[in-house]
Design a protein around this ligand. Sequence first.
Ligand code: NAP
Length: 322
Amino acid sequence: MTDTDRSFADETVMRAVELPQWGDADLLTVVEHPVPQPGPGQAVVRIEAAGINPVDWKVRTGAYSAAFGEPFPLILGRDFAGTIVTIGEQTTRFRVGQRIAGSLRFAPRLGCYASHLVIGDAAVATLPADMDAAVAAALPVAGLTAWQALLEEAQVTAGQRVLVHAAAGGVGHLTVQLAKLLGAEVIGTASARNAEFVQGLGADEVIDYSTRPFEDQVSDVDAVIDCVGGEVLEHSYRVLKPGGIAVTMAARPDPAPAEALGVRTSMVFVRPDSLQLQGLVTLVQQGQLTVHVSQRYALAEAAAAHAEQQEGHVRGKLVLMP
Ligand SMILES: NC(=O)c1ccc[n+]([C@@H]2O[C@H](COP(=O)([O-])OP(=O)(O)OC[C@H]3O[C@@H](n4cnc5c(N)ncnc54)[C@H](OP(=O)(O)O)[C@@H]3O)[C@@H](O)[C@H]2O)c1
């Protein structure tokens, strides 16, 4: 165990950003509790960084309240990177001192916006000692969504033309890079201020969606990976080749308009997956995949982080540093 791990292990106070009711970002409040104890099969992680995803602010507003019941106080956040400081009885999956990144199932009640987290069945990947915790925490949901959209839904292969909407965003910037690694020709949509960034990710072409409709600027696409939804998805059917597919992640699509144009549509609903996450960590470690963290916020700045994420123009990812 390193000195850092030992000092984590000595901590007795857990800090967490709690949400007392559905509502605005200014409800997010830092509170202190005793560090939790792990049950059988569980471990306690000292979180070094917690990834922020758009689903977090959507949950905060009550958009998924039907799935929750009475969860308050709620701790948001699905993605984390940190070090295991304690394990429970009969815990064989984790060991003290192990540095991991992980992802919790959809909308946990006790999530990752905290200094400590109890895990049991979370999808996790082992991290190299020198990997930046913010980078690792920014990877799981966005990276797994990109991976599952490209490989499981669209089944992209080398030589195909792939259009990525919101190519500068959390999911989009990883999708562009993974599609290039698969050997695809990649076109990304972004505003002009992000054109250079998206080009730097390896995109063959960047379309400025804000000046002219993207559907007037691109055609003959095999697969669209849509990180925006709504009209952007509907207009995407027109740029696909016959039989092409538009994979969205915003909301479940109506297949009828796609079928009427001889194309397909589907939705990716990200699934935590340890093997895939380990694969993504390896790509980052090898320098083949870059996770862009545009801003690191302290726990006490969670409201500001949510406000920025909710604006919808983050480049790459935001993280909290507990
Ligand atoms: N179903 C699932 O399992 C799943 C998983 C992950 C994410 N999601 C959802 O997928 C969406 C994307 O997630 P994310 O993390 O990538 O979001 P994000 O990081 O907040 O996306 C921000 C990016 O969107 C771009 N953008 C905004 N409007 C655009 C438009 N009309 N056309 C092209 N680009 C546009 C912005 O670029 P500019 O500043 O250049 O405009 C910005 O870089 C969210 O709704 C999220 O909730 C769903």
